[in-house]
Write a protein that binds this ligand. Structure first.
Ligand code: FES
Length: 270
């Protein structure tokens, strides 16, 4: 990897299309949007999306882009509502993302057109986590079986490139039934009755959100561990930006190999 790959917005924009368009990307734990009307928005790999549970209990992940002028419809990280009203000019959508109404001055010519609905993404729930994809992956994102009872999620904002966080979480591990890495953004670590699912959300090229989903005990038990990950990743970011490569390891090498493949495919696609 080159130091620019860790420290420039151009590299991140290229990854948005080369790395984050085909595979499953994690959004959140299913329990984070448990009730009808619950929603959670995020930027993952540069894609602005939100998950919502409708009145029937069905979960969807939708592009967070208004069909009027492509602005973000959902401007808050999470909450509960009965409909979504775009704050820019007032186009309103229901909990399934269907266009409901717009103020007269900005109303669409044909309010029944299906092109007015928010764009739904392929969505699955696997072992208590919600995944979405901008493509159509052939297989579901296997996390190695059922998980114990959900204990909560810790959210940690880290001032680093997402690849630094992946490299750090893969370091010192080898693939086993106790440690599963799901390309590109999820690690599952089993320790007896406790399972930790680390979810990396690349927000911008220097901002990464780490969601630590804890199953089998209270999330608070892992607050210190999450703080340590933040501290180490922010230090490693300075190293990568200065050109110091990541430490060798089987999983790190696999990560870099898959990145190189994705970059090459992105280049080929132009
Ligand atoms: S951009 Fe949403 S209503 Fe205009």
């Amino acid at each position: 990897m080159k130091s620019e790959d860790y420290s420039t917005g151009d590299a991140f924009q290229a990854e948005k299309r080369s790395v984050f368009t085909a595979d499953w990307l994690p959004l959140c734990a299913e329990a984070q949007i448990a009730k009808p009307g619950d929603f959670l928005s995020a930027t993952v790999g540069g894609w602005s999306v939100f998950g919502v549970r409708d009145t029937e209990g069905t979960l969807r992940v939708l592009r967070n882009a208004c069909r009027h002028q492509n602005m973000q419809v959902v401007g808050t990280p999470s909450g509960n509502c009965e409909s979504f009203r775009c704050r820019f000019h007032g186009w309103t959508y229901d909990l399934q993302g269907r266009f409901l109404s717009a103020p007269a001055p900005v109303a669409p010519k044909d309010p029944t057109s299906p092109d007015l609905h928010l764009i739904p993404l392929t969505t699955v729930t696997e072992a208590g986590l919600i995944f979405f994809s901008l493509g159509a992956p052939a297989l579901p994102p296997d996390l190695g079986g059922q998980l114990p009872a959900y204990g909560g999620t810790l959210t940690t904002e880290i001032a680093c490139n997402w690849k630094v966080c992946v490299e750090h979480l893969l370091a010192d591990h080898t693939p086993s039934t106790d440690f599963i890495w799901r390309w590109p953004l999820v690690m599952v670590r089993r320790a007896g009755a406790v399972v930790i699912v680390e979810q990396i959300a690349p927000h911008t090229f220097l901002r990464t959100r780490l969601l630590t989903h804890v199953f089998g005990c209270a999330a608070d038990n892992h607050r210190q561990a999450a703080a340590t990950i933040k501290h180490v990743c922010e230090r490693l970011q300075a190293d990568r930006a200065a050109g110091t490569p990541a430490a060798d390891g089987a999983l790190t090498a696999d990560f870099h190999r898959r990145l190189a493949e994705a970059y090459a495919q992105g280049d080929a696609a132009g």
